[in-house]
Design a protein around this ligand. Structure first.
Ligand code: ACO
Length: 408
């Protein structure tokens, strides 16, 4: 056992005795020097970076999010989800790689009877994301029947993504007592096929809704380190396979302080609408009660989150397009206006976050609020596969944090 050379009560020396300065850019980044008996106590890890990543970059002060080197606004308008998923895995894939990836995803968009049995066997009271995770774990054992015995990592990632989409679609259909559809639609694009399985839709509305679904999945495909992404990396660090790692990510994401928060905004909007209160009165009531307004504020962004801004612009630009969700849309826009008029929010730099908009757009696509977390998982599965791949290819050591003794 190493002996601490300097006790807390004695001379601690300077920072350079303990740390190597490895970067001095936006942050001063310090790496503990070996040989010091040094523990950093930082519950929640707000000041700890556990990896280097080229997959995304965000700046909470500038309201900026990039997937690799591309701003999110450009990605969301110019790329489709499968291409984004591949771009997160590899910056410049060859055309052959892209073709194989898309084909693997299209081929994997099938419902295995065994997966169907597993999902059907889950109790009705189970959370939709637990059912998706169970279905995905079952799908792991069926990969060879779809992709052959030795798929490469990219094909496997495409399979995981497509099977997540299939499980999500089946859970939605079961929850709504809808028959499963497996249309013979080879030839239509990937997201239209996903949409058909999720909600069905007529041809006239299908194109606009499939495009919106694709854009939202692109917007949420990746977001730096967070509880679920770090969980995926933790499992990968121990040599866990992609299926186990992403299922662990789903379990983390389901939690109320993470992806589960997306179910709170629809409840709030329904409350406002059913109470007959104006959104401005609701905001004042929340402030008077010192309650939080759902869909506002973000740990990282102290300005508009660019994803929220993108969805706000979409909703604001074409009111006629969103006539099916008119009340929700108007309520959200009025809530934003009310917060902008109140100093409380400006002073604390509290702005709309993506959850304020996700629920409306998901509902416009035809999804019930209880499926919001599932919809976001359908998106984030891309980022998780990319972080898994980067964690493994960087050869990072197994995650093994420490604990301090608690005296009771
Ligand atoms: N409504 C009202 N007040 C708020 C809100 C809010 N949504 N968010 C923060 N505040 C206030 C706090 O009460 C506090 O006020 P005080 O200084 O008078 O005590 C101040 O702002 C700072 O609060 P913190 O909790 O320190 O701020 P933080 O940035 O850590 O909070 C969080 C971020 C947890 C997301 C918070 O804004 C929140 O609870 N929002 C509502 C829930 C929500 O929308 N969650 C989704 C998150 S985003 C996403 O998942 C994509």
């Amino acid at each position: 056992m190493r002996v601490r050379s300097k006790t807390p009560s004695g001379d601690l020396g300077g920072i350079d005795d303990y740390f190597e300065r490895i970067e001095d850019s936006e942050f001063l980044v310090l790496k503990p020097k070996p040989g010091n008996d040094l523990l950093i106590y930082d519950p929640g890890l707000p000041n700890v970076a556990t990896c280097r990543s080229a997959i995304s970059y965000l700046s909470g002060t500038d309201g900026m999010l990039r997937y690799r080197d591309r701003p999110i606004e450009e990605v969301a308008t110019g790329s489709v989800y499968l291409d984004v998923a591949l771009h997160l895995l590899e910056p410049s894939p060859s055309e052959a790689r892209r073709a194989a990836f898309v084909e693997a995803a299209q081929t994997s968009l099938i419902l295995h009877p065994e997966v169907r049995q597993v999902i059907a066997a889950m109790p009705a009271a189970s959370h939709p994301l637990d059912i998706v995770a169970a279905g995905l774990l079952a799908a792991s054992g069926l990969e060879a029947s779809t992709l052959g015995a030795e798929p490469d990592f990219f094909e496997r990632a495409a399979y995981v993504i497509a099977q997540t989409h299939i499980c999500a679609a089946l859970v939605n259909r079961e929850r709504q007592n809808l028959d499963w559809v497996d249309p013979d639609d080879l030839g239509t694009d990937y997201m239209t096929r996903v949409l058909h399985r999720l909600v069905g839709c007529d041809v006239a509305q299908g194109e606009a809704r499939a495009k919106m679904l694709d854009q939202i999945l692109v917007l949420h495909a990746e977001h730096d380190q967070n509880c679920s992404t770090s969980t995926v990396r933790n499992v990968a660090s121990a040599g866990g396979d992609l299926f186990s790692a992403t299922c662990a990510g789903i379990s983390a994401f389901k939690a109320p302080l993470h992806g589960g928060a997306s179910e709170q905004v629809p409840k709030m909007l329904d409350d406002i609408i059913s109470s007959g209160q104006t959104p401005a009165d609701y905001v004042d009531m929340k402030l008077a009660n010192k309650d939080r307004l759902m869909g506002f504020g973000h740990r990282v962004y102290d300005c508009w989150d660019p994803r929220a801004r993108f969805m706000y612009n979409a909703l604001d630009a074409k009111p006629e397009k969103f006539v099916d969700v008119e009340k929700l849309r108007n309520t959200v826009l009025e809530l934003i206006e009310a917060t902008e008029q109140r100093a409380f929010f400006k002073k604390r730099k509290i702005y709309p976050n993506p959850d304020l908009f996700n629920g409306i757009l998901f509902r416009w696509i035809g999804m019930p609020p209880a499926m919001n977390g599932v919809m976001l998982t359908m998106s984030r599965i891309a980022g998780w596969t990319a972080h898994y791949a980067e964690q493994v290819s960087d050869g990072l050591p197994i995650v093994r944090p420490r604990q301090l003794q608690k005296y009771v």
